[in-house]
Design a protein around this ligand. Structure first.
Ligand SMILES: *[C@@H]1O[C@H](CO)[C@@H](O)[C@H](O)[C@H]1NC(C)=O
Ligand SMILES: *[C@@H]1O[C@H](CO)[C@@H](O)[C@H](O)[C@H]1NC(C)=O
Ligand SMILES: *[C@@H]1O[C@H](CO)[C@@H](O)[C@H](O)[C@H]1NC(C)=O
Ligand SMILES: *[C@@H]1O[C@H](CO)[C@@H](O)[C@H](O)[C@H]1NC(C)=O
Ligand SMILES: *[C@@H]1O[C@H](CO)[C@@H](O)[C@H](O)[C@H]1NC(C)=O
Length: 247
């Protein structure tokens, strides 16, 4: 009986640590990416101070991250192992993001190797092999991403030369490929106010392992008890039967 009370209290304790884990590693909506250290959902009570640049927003079950130089981008997925955050442009125009996004004051940089390209804004269309960026162009102006070494055609003016993952191509430039960023581990791990939360996370993972273990033990011990009780009953029935037949 004492063992039962002990197990009961222990499972209450472990259940609590399971809840802590759930509130710690959280997500936005049912299908959103899991958000945990170094990321944090803005306005949500957490166990570590918000790290600069790692705050994400949760609105209508959509996870977004705000970049002052561009605006909000949708967080499609985060790989914590490879430090890769995959973003989607809500306006579906990755080359507008490349043109404007300035990551210099953020913990991020592009995941892919970069190359300098010049954005040209032209009053006429350029011949093949130039391909205009549809989402930046209109009937009156045509935007291209070209090699910066190329002389600027007379009908065009250079908007900006920026280091981006790739030039526009109708095959490569959709949202799925382009907007991948990585973050600096140096930047987050050497800051001493965050080391505590690292430890905390390990404790939480540790207790949830204990949680699983104790639940398993609980189930095993209950089934042994139940099994024992049935065996006892069988024995008693056997004795009863024996006394009947002896009679
Ligand atoms: C967010 O997701 C929850 C759970 O799936 C659902 O109940 C709720 O209606 C959703 N809210 C919006 C704004 O879509
Ligand atoms: C990015 O921002 C930094 C700091 O505000 C600034 O010094 C730099 O010139 C900007 N880079 C571009 C390409 O605009
Ligand atoms: C792009 O051009 C700038 C200025 O010339 C240079 O400092 C930078 O290293 C170049 N970036 C790449 C990725 O080639
Ligand atoms: C290109 O030029 C047109 C008119 O000259 C202007 O309206 C448009 O905003 C420019 N596009 C970019 C991306 O700078
Ligand atoms: C930890 O941070 C405090 C300020 O928050 C600073 O004074 C201290 O030198 C830091 N310690 C280490 C080991 O970086």
């Amino acid at each position: 009986m004492d063992a039962f009370i002990f197990l009961f209290l222990f499972s209450v304790f472990t259940f609590q640590s399971c809840i802590i884990k759930v509130t710690y590693a959280t997500k936005c909506g049912d299908t959103g990416p899991e958000i945990h250290y170094p990321y944090q959902i803005k306005g949500q009570q957490q166990h570590h101070e918000a790290l600069h640049g790692f705050e994400v927003l949760c609105k209508d079950n959509i996870t977004t991250i705000h970049f002052p130089s561009y605006g909000d981008l949708v967080v499609n997925s985060i790989s914590y192992e490879t430090k890769n955050i995959h973003l989607l442009d809500p306006k579906n125009c990755p080359h507008r993001v490349f043109l404007n996004l300035n990551l210099s004051l953020t913990p991020f940089h592009y995941f892919h190797v970069l190359k300098n390209y010049t954005y040209l804004n032209c009053s006429t269309t350029l011949p093949h092999p130039f391909v205009e960026v549809p989402c930046l162009s209109a009937s009156t102006h045509h935007v291209y991403t070209v090699d910066p070494a190329l002389p600027v055609p007379g009908s065009c003016e250079g908007i900006k030369t920026v280091a981006i993952p790739f030039a526009y191509s109708p095959y490569l430039s959709d949202n799925r490929l382009g907007l991948r960023l990585t973050w600096d581990s140096q930047d987050t791990e050497t800051r001493n106010n965050t080391r505590g939360s690292h430890t905390w996370r390990n404790i939480v993972i540790g207790t949830s392992m204990i949680c699983v273990f104790v639940m398993a033990m609980l189930i095993i011990s209950i089934s042994i008890k139940v099994g024992g009780a049935t065996r006892n009953r069988h024995q008693k029935e056997g004795q009863l039967l024996k006394s009947f037949t002896d009679f």
